[in-house]
Design a protein around this ligand. Structure first.
Ligand SMILES: Nc1nc2c(ncn2[C@@H]2O[C@H](COP(=O)(O)OP(=O)(O)OP(=O)(O)O)[C@@H](O)[C@H]2O)c(=O)[nH]1
Length: 587
C-alpha cells in the first residue's frame, strides 16, 4: 500500500512529461550529450583493398579527411567507400556506441581487429541496433583511441549523407529512448488522422477523406522506411529487402493521393479549373510509374526510375502553384493546404540540397520531416473539419432558401406543405383551422402601378399577416397572391375571429388598387376533419375563399358540410354554408 501511494504521488514530474519535455528540448536545442571528439577520413573502395592496408593508408594521412560531426556523403557506386572514424582525446574507455545518423538503407560493414560486423536497417538477427540510426557497440577490448574502420557497401539507391558519433552507453540509451518517444508520437498522430479520415470517408460518402487517408498513410510509410521505424521497433520482417522498391512506390503514390486530395479539398474546379487537368494527369502519371516499377520488365522499371524524380519536382511545383492560385482566389481550404504542406515541401527541398552536399550542419532535417508529417496531418484534418462545417452551413442555407419564398421571406408552398404534413401526421386531436387568403384585384394593382409596386404590396401584406398571427401558426405563400395559414388548437369561431382581424388589417394597410378602392383580401376557412390531409384541407379552404370572392370580396367564408351529407364526399358549391363577414369598407 505504501509503495502504491508512493507511485501515485510522485515527487518528480511524471516520466512521460519528462520524456516529452526532454524530447522537445532535444529537438529545439540539439543533442547536449557528451560525445567523444572524432576525426574522420575516407576514400572509395578499390579492388584488392584490405582493411589493414586502408588503416595503414589512414595512418600515413593518405585518405581524405572530413568532420564526422557534420553530414558527409560517401559514394555508394562502384565498390563503395572506406571510412575511418578516429576518437580523439580525452579518451573514454567506458562502454561506448558508435552511431550513424540518419540510418542508411545501404549496408555498412564495421571492422574491429580481424572481425567485421554488418550493420543494416533490416537486420533482425542483430542483438544490438539503434532506433532512427545505425548503432554499433564498440567491443570492450578495443582501445578507446583505436580508429574504427567502416565500409559503406555499394547501393543502387540514392544514399543520404550521414554523421557519426561515439557516445557512452548510458547517453546512447537515453537518446535512443527519446527518439522512440518522439517518432512514436508523430506516427501515432498521423495514423490517428488516417483512421479518422477513413471513418469520415465511409460515413459521409466523401472520397476527399479517402484520398487524404491514402496520402498520409503513404507519407507514414515513406518516413517509416527512411527512419527505419518499420524495422525497429516495428520489426516488419516482410518488408526486409523490399524497402528499395516499396519506398519509391510509396513516394509516387503519396504524390498521386496528394494531387487527388488537393483537387477536391482546395476546390480547384471552382478556383483554378485550368490547373485541375494537369494535376489529375500528374496523379494518373504517378500511379502509372508505380505500375511500371513493379512490372519486373527491365525497360519499364528503368524508364520509371528515370521519370520519378523529375515528375516529383514538377508535381510539387504544380501543387504549390495550384494551392497559391486557389488561396488567392478565395479558397479557404487552400490556405490550410499551404500551411500544412509548405513546411514539408521546404524540408524536402533542403534534404535534396543536402544529398548534393549542401547544409552539412542541418542534421535534424530527417526527424523534422517526421514531425512535419504529423503537423501537416493535424493542419489538414483541421482543414477537413472546417470544410465539413462549411458544407453543413451551406446545406442549411440551401435548405432555408428552398423552404422560404424569395420575395416575402415567409414559407413557400414546399416548406409550408412539408411542415403541415409533419403536424398532421403527429396525430394530435386538437382542432385545427386552415385559412386560404387571396388578395382582391391584385392584377389591377399590377397593371396600373407596375410589377414592382405589386411586389412591395405583397411584402407589406406578408409582413402584416405574419405580425397578426401567432408565432406558432404555420403561415406561408401558396403562390402568386395567395397565402395560407394553419392555426393549431383553434376552434371554428376563433378561426373566424382571427380571419376577420386579418381582413381588416390588410384593408388598413391602405394600399390603393385603383382611384376608388384599397387593397383587400378574401379568406376561406375550413376545420380539420380526422381523415384530412394537406390537399383536402387546402381544397375546401380554397372553395370557401372562392365563395368569399363571389360574395363580393374583402370578406371571410367558412366551409361547412350540409346536414345529411356524408363527410368526405366530393364537395360542391351547393354543399357549403357561408358565414359572411361585413366588408371593412362598409363599416
Ligand atoms: N407583382 C407581383 N405580382 C404577382 C406575383 N405573383 C402573381 N402576381 C400577379 O397576381 C395577379 C393575380 O391575378 P388574378 O389571379 O387575376 O387575381 P386578382 O387580380 O387578384 O383577382 P381576384 O383574385 O379575382 O380578386 C396576376 O397579375 C399575377 O401576375 C408576384 O410575385 N409579384
Amino acid at each position: 500500500m505504501e509503495r502504491l501511494l508512493t507511485l501515485l504521488t510522485p515527487r518528480h514530474p511524471p516520466l512521460a512529461w519528462r520524456a516529452l519535455l526532454s524530447t522537445l528540448l532535444w529537438l529545439a536545442l540539439g543533442v547536449a550529450h557528451a560525445a567523444t571528439p572524432l576525426n574522420g577520413a575516407w576514400r572509395q573502395v578499390r579492388s584488392g583493398d584490405t582493411p589493414a592496408a586502408v588503416i595503414a593508408e589512414y595512418r600515413e594521412g593518405a585518405l581524405k579527411s572530413f568532420d564526422p560531426s557534420l553530414l558527409q556523403r560517401f559514394p555508394h557506386d562502384g565498390g563503395g567507400s572506406w571510412v575511418v572514424i578516429a576518437p580523439q582525446p580525452p579518451w573514454d574507455n567506458s562502454e561506448r556506441v558508435l552511431t550513424i545518423y540518419p540510418p542508411t538503407l545501404a549496408n555498412v560493414a564495421v571492422f574491429a581487429g580481424s572481425t567485421s560486423t554488418a550493420l543494416a536497417l533490416d537486420d533482425f538477427s542483430a542483438s544490438f541496433h539503434g532506433h532512427g540510426r545505425l548503432a554499433w557497440q564498440v567491443p570492450a577490448g578495443m582501445a578507446a583511441s583505436a580508429p574504427i574502420l567502416l565500409r559503406f557497401e555499394p547501393s543502387a539507391t540514392l544514399v543520404a549523407p550521414v554523421r557519426f558519433e561515439i557516445q557512452p552507453m548510458r547517453d546512447y540509451l537515453q537518446q535512443d529512448a527519446q527518439w522512440l518517444v518522439f517518432a512514436s508520437a508523430c506516427f501515432a498522430v498521423m495514423l490517428a488522422m488516417v483512421l479518422m479520415a477513413l471513418c469520415f470517408a465511409g460515413m459521409l460518402r466523401d472520397v476527399t477523406y479517402a484520398w487524404y487517408a491514402g496520402y498520409i498513410l503513404c507519407y507514414c510509410l515513406i518516413q517509416g522506411i527512411q527512419t527505419g521505424f518499420v524495422f525497429h521497433p516495428l520489426e516488419w520482417e516482410w518488408l526486409s529487402g523490399m524497402a528499395v522498391m516499396v519506398g519509391p512506390a510509396a513516394v509516387a503514390l503519396s504524390v498521386a493521393f496528394a494531387s487527388l486530395f488537393m483537387t477536391r479539398f482546395c476546390e480547384l474546379q471552382r478556383y483554378a479549373p485550368l490547373l485541375r487537368v494537369p494535376i489529375t494527369a500528374l496523379a494518373v502519371g504517378m500511379i502509372q510509374l508505380v505500375l511500371m516499377r513493379s512490372s519486373q520488365i527491365p525497360l519499364l522499371v528503368h524508364v520509371a526510375q528515370i521519370l520519378l524524380n523529375p515528375l516529383l519536382m514538377i508535381g510539387a511545383a504544380l501543387l504549390l502553384i495550384a494551392a497559391i492560385v486557389a488561396a488567392a482566389r478565395g479558397s479557404r481550404q487552400a490556405w490550410f493546404f499551404l500551411v500544412g504542406w509548405t513546411p514539408l515541401l521546404l524540408l524536402t527541398a533542403l534534404s535534396s540540397a543536402q544529398v548534393n552536399g549542401a547544409l552539412p550542419q542541418l542534421d535534424w532535417l530527417n526527424d523534422a520531416s517526421v514531425a512535419g508529417g504529423a503537423f501537416e496531418a493535424v493542419v489538414l484534418s483541421l482543414g477537413l473539419a472546417d470544410r465539413a462545417l462549411r458544407l453543413r452551413h451551406d446545406r442549411d442555407v440551401v435548405r432555408v432558401l428552398a423552404d422560404r419564398d424569395a420575395l416575402t421571406n415567409v414559407l413557400n408552398r414546399r416548406g409550408w406543405t412539408e411542415r403541415v404534413n409533419t403536424l398532421l401526421s403527429a396525430g394530435t386531436a386538437q382542432p385545427m383551422a386552415l385559412l386560404f387568403l387571396d388578395l382582391d384585384h391584385f392584377k389591377l394593382l399590377n397593371d396600373r402601378q407596375g410589377h414592382n409596386t405589386g411586389d412591395r404590396a405583397l411584402v407589406a401584406v406578408a409582413n402584416a399577416l405574419t405580425a397578426e398571427l401567432r408565432p406558432g401558426d404555420l403561415f406561408g405563400r401558396y403562390g402568386g397572391e395567395e397565402f395560407v395559414a394553419l392555426l393549431d388548437n383553434t376552434r371554428p369561431e376563433q378561426a373566424m375571429h382571427v380571419a376577420t382581424r386579418l381582413c381588416r388589417r390588410i384593408h388598413r394597410l391602405e394600399i390603393p388598387v385603383s382611384a376608388e378602392a384599397l387593397l383587400s383580401i378574401s379568406i376561406g376557412i375550413t376545420i380539420r376533419q380526422h381523415d384530412d390531409d394537406v390537399e383536402s384541407l387546402v381544397e375546401r379552404a380554397d372553395q370557401a375563399m372562392y365563395d368569399a370572392k363571389l360574395k363580393g370580396r374583402n370578406r371571410v367564408c367558412m366551409y361547412r358540410q350540409d346536414d345529411g351529407e356524408l363527410r368526405g364526399a366530393a364537395p360542391s358549391p351547393g354543399r357549403r354554408l357561408h358565414i359572411v363577414e361585413r366588408r371593412e369598407s362598409d363599416k
